[in-house]
Design a protein around this ligand. Sequence first.
Ligand SMILES: C[S@@+](CC[C@H](N)C(=O)[O-])C[C@H]1O[C@@H](n2cnc3c(N)ncnc32)[C@H](O)[C@@H]1O
Ligand code: SF4
Length: 451
Amino acid sequence: MMTKTQLASMGLFDAKVPRYTSYPTAPQFTPAITGDMFAKWITLIPAGSEISLYIHVPFCRRLCWFCACRTQGTQKEEPVRAYLEILKAELALLKQTLPKGVTLARLHWGGGTPTLLSADMMRDLAAEIASVAPFAPNYEFSVEIDPNEIDSTRLDALAAAGMNRASIGVQDFDDEIQQAIGRIQSFEATRSAIDMIRAHGVESLNADILFGLPHQSQARITESVQKLLALSPDRVALYGYAHVPWMAKRQQMIPSDALPTPEERLDLFETARKLFVWDGYAEIGIDHFARPEDGLTRAQKAGTLRRNFQGYTDDTSDVLVGLGASSISRFPQGYAQNAPATSAHTKKVSEGSFSTSRGHVFSAEDKLRSRIIEMIMCDFRVSSAELLAEHDIAPAALAAMLNEANTSFGNRLKTCAEGLYIPEEMRPLTRLIARAFDAYDLSKAGHSSAI
Ligand SMILES: C[S@@+](CC[C@H](N)C(=O)[O-])C[C@H]1O[C@@H](n2cnc3c(N)ncnc32)[C@H](O)[C@@H]1O
Ligand code: SF4
């Protein structure tokens, strides 16, 4: 086991590193990618193939202070209804451009809070999506559900539309922590939302929980994890709370002197991690846990685990189309991001164009580095055989790249003929190790702490 002093000497407690849900990371995108380029990439999707679709709903009824997501608060129906019309117009544009016979392997509604749509709006949106591309045979349709913003009528609409996975935000069950992060949600409210979701035949359930919150102690995170385990989620995302009040102004409400130190964050993560493992969950990458029979666990075993903007996934589609303000799409050719502000997105789509405002075209080197970083984040190993078979790099050049990374971590990684391996004791440093393969200007990269 590495000591905290050793981990500190390698930068774990003071480095800021991206979460590598993409490579290059979004801060590297440029305005070179336009709506025309996005439309062209859509036309290049092979007819009859399976793709994934993400729909972004950037509204919430309540604005939780801890939340760093791009979302706006509203109590009114009007802006939500207007946004739905724009989503439908964007879907109609997609329908005109998409090659024949394309089906959806994955559909995800995220936000914000997609469940603030009324049941009628949900039916309307689902019908429009189905008219653009029907579900593929083994599809997965997941929706982010705020337990405070759901009821049986809306669940009826979602279940009828084919939802088969729900993702609920928990964060922490402790009263004092909930007050400090501006998110009140009792255990009973969470349990009754989950009971209702399961009663609607939705069997797969993800839950998000956070470590590194104000006033969080090992005893408190133990209690919250135990309460969450009593609800038997299939998957858990255990994210480190990112405190970035200069970007997410609401976080200024959070008492920074009550936040745990980076060393305490590591202990909080470890405490929660052990509880999930003791309860039989498989560890998935750096921050997910899944039941043995869950798709993520099966993908990890099969070597097909992937990482995308929603975190870890067993989705292997080459194309992820993101619709709605700020959504990011991924194509074999590159990334395309829609205009981040709802107003700019609305203007573009009402003029009859996609709202793409930034993105990135992959170079051959990007593809190589992207796959290396994905292997590190998903499998804690880099397979030289796969890289040499699929990328244009000489064996000696690849070996030199892997050796250089190993040297920068004091030769504590393992290099061998198969490639590179991150031993268990080095895994808290995974994002830092991934960063060693990032060729971009890291001063522009993400702001979240390495632990
Ligand atoms: C986009 S939110 C949607 C969840 C849904 N609206 C709800 O409140 O249940 C998805 C997740 O992002 C995570 N998240 C939001 N802000 C975060 C932050 N500052 N640091 C780490 N994770 C954060 C939370 O765990 C949250 O459940
Ligand atoms: S946590 Fe969910 S409900 Fe709260 S502000 Fe963020 S997206 Fe909205």
